[in-house]
Design a protein around this ligand. Structure first.
Ligand SMILES: *Cc1c(COP(=O)(O)O)cnc(C)c1O
Length: 383
């Protein structure tokens, strides 16, 4: 990796994670934070985020796959790691070798893992996953079908050490009555499972239910852990979404690109692939060295998405290309090749947020951030 700036780069303020974690703790009290660092910490750099979070006292991390767990172990992270998703049979050996906790994605899967552990004379650490309404993974425990026996049986598998139990909230971000009652019902179902286990004399281990919006809207559930990704990065899914608590987060990621060329275009000229933008008056244009292969989605083409140049908001014109895009900078003085454009972040006191890209491309910040590709250097913000 180059030590200097490239065509485009992110700057990540890892120190601000500490502030964001403190804001989260104001909402969850004695519940502990399991930090989710899957998908390269949604594009923010999994190892760097994890190191900072360890400094903040976080002792449990969630990833989506065994490769992500291996990356953390190879970087010397010794804390607990839970794989939220599926690990295929060929990779079971890593679980015990690297002391990783596996989610039990189904009862059949738990049996397979148990058989493997028995054959190899080992114990595998696991968390039981209960499906209270997401219909993604886990033993079903919903109003329509309650497979309590499978949950109990998972705890009784001799070669698995089931150390925890969790479920997931698909509409904790929505505050309409229907969504609220769905989430409240999920909380109830999860508690019912815990009670049933207790009646069987089973210690459920560590219990965790809330994701980021579970924290913002249902903060005081008092389970052992909650699982948050987005919040320690200092953003929400979309800034137009209402939440019951509104912590003072600092977004930790900024995105920049170099200006590669400045020129005046004349009336009648058309900009970029597809010729979707026609110049109607003399227009000063900067070409930026960032495109959709860097994660600036082509969906923002020609939608007036503004970037900052010399702190002034300038709209992208024409289609975003793979490695480049064009911006109308008419009226911004003295822009030169090598100047820096800010796509996400602050410049000269002005701000452009990730939410603006998200709105123009009709998605959520999770996707906008995790789409920033591997070729974009992640630089640590200093000072
Ligand atoms: C990704 C994920 C999370 C974290 O979600 P955020 O909204 O970023 O807090 C929590 N739990 C599970 C099961 C997940 O897959």
């Amino acid at each position: 990796m180059l030590e200097a700036y490239s065509r485009c780069w992110t700057e990540i303020d890892y120190d601000a994670i500490e502030h964001n974690v403190k804001e989260v703790y104001k909402l969850i009290g004695n519940t502990k934070l399991m930090a989710i660092v899957k998908a390269n910490a949604y594009g923010h750099g999994a190892v760097a985020c994890t190191r900072k979070l360890v400094e903040c006292g976080v002792d449990f991390f969630g990833v989506s796959s065994i490769d992500e767990a291996i990356e953390l172990r190879e970087a010397g992270i010794c804390e607990n790691i839970l794989i939220l998703g599926y690990t295929p049979v060929e990779h079971f050996h890593y679980l015990s070798e690297l002391n990783i906790v596996q989610s039990l994605v189904s009862y059949a899967y738990a049996c397979k893992l148990d058989a493997y552990a028995k054959k190899n004379n080992i114990k595998i650490r696991c968390h039981c996953k209960v499906d209270t309404g997401m219909c993604r993974t886990g033993v079903i425990y919903q109003s329509q079908q309650k497979d309590m026996k499978e949950i109990i049986d998972e705890y009784h598998l001799k070669n698995l050490s089931v150390e925890g139990i969790f479920s997931h909230l698909p509409v904790s971000d929505e505050l309409d009555e229907e969504s609220k009652s769905f989430t409240v019902n999920q909380i109830q179902l999860f508690k019912e499972v815990l009670n049933n286990l207790e009646k069987e004399g089973i210690n459920p281990g560590i219990c965790h239910l809330q994701n980021s919006y579970g924290i913002l809207n249902y903060g005081d559930l008092k389970f052992d852990y909650c699982r948050a990704g987005l919040l320690y990065m200092g953003v929400t899914s979309d800034d137009s979404v209402e939440t019951l608590s509104k912590p003072d987060f600092i977004p930790i990621l900024s995105l920049y690109a170099n200006v590669s060329m400045v020129k005046w275009l004349r009336e009648g000229m058309t900009v970029s692939y597809g010729r979707h933008y026609t110049v109607t008056k003399p227009t000063k244009v900067a070409t930026l060295s960032i495109g959709y292969a860097d994660g600036l989605t082509r969906l923002v083409s020609n939608k007036g998405l503004e970037v900052l140049i010399h702190g002034v908001k300038c709209p992208i014109i024409g289609n975003v290309c793979m490695d480049q895009c064009m911006v109308d900078i008419t009226g911004v003085e003295d822009v030169q090749e090598g100047d820096v454009a800010c796509i996400i972040g602050k410049q000269n006191g002005n701000v452009v947020t990730v939410d603006e890209i998200t709105r123009k491309s009709k998605t959520i910040n999770y996707e906008t951030l995790s789409l920033i590709t591997a070729r974009v250097p992640r630089l640590e913000k200093r000072g």
